[in-house]
Design a protein around this ligand. Sequence first.
Ligand SMILES: Cc1cc2nc3c(=O)[nH]c(=O)nc-3n(C[C@H](O)[C@H](O)[C@H](O)COP(=O)(O)OP(=O)(O)OC[C@H]3O[C@@H](n4cnc5c(N)ncnc54)[C@H](O)[C@@H]3O)c2cc1C
Length: 396
Amino acid sequence: MNRVVVIGAGVLGASVTYHLARAGAHVVLVEQAPGPAAGTSGATFAADVAHLKTPYAYHRLNRRGSEGHLRLADELGGPGWRHPVPHLQWADDEDGRRTLRENAARAREWGHDCRLAPASALRDLAPAADPAACAGEEIVVHGGGAWFDAPRFVRTLLDAAARRGTVELHYGTGVTGLSRDGERVTGVRAGARTWHADTVVNCAGPGADRVAALAGVRLPLRRVPGLIMTTRPLPGAPLTAILTVPGLDLRPTADGGVLALSWEIDARLRGADAGLPRELHRRAAALLPGVARVGIADARTGVRPVPLDGLPLVGAAVAAPGLYHLVSHSGVTLAPVLGELAAREIVGGTAVTDLAAYRPDRPADDAVHDENLRAMDRRGARPSAAVHDAEAQAEV
Ligand SMILES: Cc1cc2nc3c(=O)[nH]c(=O)nc-3n(C[C@H](O)[C@H](O)[C@H](O)COP(=O)(O)OP(=O)(O)OC[C@H]3O[C@@H](n4cnc5c(N)ncnc54)[C@H](O)[C@@H]3O)c2cc1C
């Protein structure tokens, strides 16, 4: 039986563990935190972003991720973590509106349910929003949108994997070293414990470059922090859409509150600053009057693991066979497809061509290929500073 050690119990570690177990492997999952989804997967906006992604091949991969959530819902007995809602966007200047129209046309051409609508459509699609706060006369409506309860997704996958009887879950177990036989990685060390494996899978999210460094591999990764603020449940109408609007992203939460994120605020993140969650709350209240009547339930900073060219890092580096990396931004959308394809490669032993473009040894490339990520950088994320500012996830 194929023996695999997976490092990290976020969305990617959980998905590959589930798919490996389903393919008949014996899996030991080690996670440094006391429980699952304690890293980025517990502090994420977690919208389905497939319709926003470019270039086309990467867009297709994300689309397979979205479809994979539906497949997994069938396999696992219910879509408890996936919440379908429309995704609405608008801009506040002519340049922004032109970009949105162009992106909408491209999304339609690539097969998405995407249309322009008058701003008055907001009354039906998101009655919790104040239509007067909508700058401009038109909005973009992505009909097939969804947001994911990522921690619930992780728990569902790991529960299903554990039921197969060939999976061990070890929490509170930080990997401190890798066993080698020549160049080949043959296991992990965590304190006094050692596990041997045919393959070790590095799903350590924003810590993946540090795990890779244990084998002398340099993963081209940057850490970009993002502040997430959630409110208590709104009185009256809940939010019924994802909103991406100037200076703010909003989505519903499972208990009827909202979750807010702002690239502009992320650009000012410097460790703990109680003023920034309050500013997010003020921005959300300006758009959703109900927010003004409820307080902040939670605020935390998640750290995006962002490969330098924006595309996933999947597979082993030539310098350290046996250590398979599985690292990506937009990992919630992508987890079903990346976990499935990685498990197929690891258990089947032959390269999957759909992953060929994402090998960690690909030539270094300074260009960011994903338009969605380029927009993130334009709107304020400071890549070089972010690497140093967000060394650890911190409660704000
Ligand atoms: C603000 C924000 C907004 C986002 N919005 C979206 C979005 O809308 N849509 C989307 O699809 N994605 C989004 N993302 C990205 C997405 O959340 C991440 O890509 C995804 O959660 C990464 O999952 P992961 O499993 O790779 O990493 P993680 O969830 O961080 O899991 C890695 C795990 O590895 C563990 N670990 C690390 N080092 C070790 C070690 N040495 N030993 C043992 N365990 C270790 C960590 O404790 C952690 O639990 C967003 C992220 C952020 C921060």
